[in-house]
Ligand binder design. Structure first.
Ligand code: SF4
Length: 321
């Protein structure tokens, strides 16, 4: 059973709202037609919230790279340049304050407000700095919620990044559910135990250190431990796992059931794992075969692993990685 109230923030133009500077939108078919079945989207346009209206002149970041100003891009020469930086932040500050229930955020690329990365800052000579940065709203959002899974619409076209983002959204949602009354040492250990193989596939070093963190020897209070664990856990799974690491993880999982299997079933699984290692099949193939046998012969512990079932199967994400 998967959660159906996973709340995810999104740049409003990606849902087809006509809020762009040119009066149009940048509707994302994947977000509107696929993800909206699984996520409760909360849309927001920081530029509209700032009262810039639509249509409006295009805007850009200028000046100091770390502390840029937002201005209309079409101002030139002696035109009076209106600094929109504070106007924009007044529009989003309150919104950002109230988003602690979100489990992910999908941002529109290339926007000086919403862009997650690769946003240019122009210098006085008209050239942009070599480095690129986040848009102003995106930066404030990520600063307030540093563990929140955030991705850009364009990057979601990459199958590996897409799978990783959605896996993180579900992981963060489950982590958030441990807050308040539900935060007990037992529940935190249970969470970690169910995510054991996901962490192993993503980051071997973190797999060991997160286990040590929860082994009872820490001097931290439960709240501090939860906060520290959450940060380390979300960092550990922040990047897509490599195929070789998935292969090792699949072998570990196979180890749990292999003594219960017939020689033929064992050979089938070994062959499929090998084909996965050689890029002949994608992750969905060994996972569905293992799941089939785990349902029959696996212990409750192995059946409870999120690695086997990290998000709704209907999303079909493992068919592409
Ligand atoms: S990118 Fe952000 S600021 Fe620009 S139209 Fe979309 S939601 Fe509004």
């Amino acid at each position: 059973m998967h959660e159906n109230n996973v709340k995810v923030g999104i740049s409003a133009c990606l849902l087809g709202e006509e809020v762009r500077f040119d009066g149009g939108h940048t509707k994302s078919k994947y977000c509107v037609q696929t993800l909206s079945e699984f996520f409760q989207f909360r849309q927001f346009c920081p530029e509209m919230a700032a009262g810039l209206g639509t249509p409006r002149p295009a805007i850009r970041l200028v000046g100091d790279f770390d502390n840029p100003k937002l201005i209309y891009s079409n101002k030139q020469g002696n035109d009076t340049v209106e600094d929109l930086t504070h106007k924009l932040s007044r529009g989003y500050v309150k919104f950002i304050e109230n988003q602690s229930d979100l489990c992910g955020y999908i941002l529109m690329k290339n926007s000086p407000s919403c862009g997650m990365s690769r946003i240019k800052v122009y210098q006085d000579n008209g050239h942009s700095h070599a480095k690129k940065r986040s848009g102003l709203f995106a930066e404030a959002l990520m600063k307030k919620y540093p563990n929140l899974p955030v991705e850009e619409d364009g990057r979601l076209n990459d199958e590996g990044l897409r799978e990783n983002f959605i896996m993180r959204v579900y992981a963060y949602n489950r982590l958030n559910q441990l807050k308040g009354d539900k935060l007990t040492m037992h529940n935190l250990i249970q969470y970690h135990s169910k995510y054991k193989y996901i962490v192993m596939a993503h980051n071997q070093k973190a797999y060991k250190s997160l286990g040590r963190l929860l082994n009872g020897s820490s001097n931290l209070s439960l709240q501090e431990l939860y906060k520290f664990y959450s940060t380390k856990f979300m960092q550990a799974i922040a990047k897509p796992a490599k195929r070789a690491h998935h292969f090792n993880t699949l072998q570990h999982i196979f180890g749990y059931i292999k003594n219960s299997l017939t020689p033929t079933a064992k050979t089938d699984i070994i062959n499929v794992l090998e084909r996965y290692r050689k890029f002949e099949v994608n992750l969905a193939t060994p996972l569905s075969l293992l799941n089939h046998y785990i349902m029959q012969y696996g212990s409750e512990y192995i059946k409870s692993q999120y690695y086997l079932n990290p998000y709704p199967e209907k999303l079909g994400l493992q068919n592409y990685i």
